[in-house]
Design a protein around this ligand. Structure first.
Ligand SMILES: [Zn+2]
Length: 143
């Protein structure tokens, strides 16, 4: 389910898309790649917000059998929220898309509310919890 972008957010996303396109030197980008702003990117995986409010993941399909082959798919809801949370550090305007924390807060038991991958007492900074996607609490799957 796409995020509802108000006119200010829509303008912001369109401006980001235009700026990314202007500075893109990635010749391998397919011409039919849908316009989107990058929320974050990692090795073999990136998340993007389109002007219609939908969040898409672009992933390397299988690096063993088809290296450098990427495919687009709609991001899951929590995955989209996690990507927006990361991008909001650079673009605070995106905070408006994050849901209000419910009361009582359904703290994520996997990461104990940290949002990071944890193993026992050890916290892996920069690696998201796989259950809450970095929020630290469980957002409902459906908006
Ligand atoms: Zn968690």
């Amino acid at each position: 389910m796409p995020f509802l972008l108000n006119s200010e957010l829509k303008d912001f996303v369109e401006q980001q898309i235009a700026e990314e396109r202007a500075r893109s030197t990635n010749a391998s980008s397919p011409a039919d790649e849908p316009p989107s702003m990058t929320l974050f990117g990692s090795i073999g995986y990136s998340c993007h917000l389109r002007g219609d409010g939908s969040v898409w993941a672009c992933e390397e399909t299988d690096p063993r059998t088809a290296p450098w082959t990427y495919a687009w798919r709609p991001a899951g809801h929590r995955q989209a929220l996690g990507a927006i949370k990361v991008a909001a550090r650079r673009h605070p305007i995106l905070i408006a898309l994050l849901p209000q924390m419910p009361d009582p807060i359904p703290l994520c038991l996997t990461c104990h509310g940290s949002g990071h991958l944890t193993k026992g007492e050890h916290v892996f900074e920069g690696v998201w919890c796989q259950d809450c996607y970095g929020l630290g609490w469980l957002a409902p799957e459906a908006v």
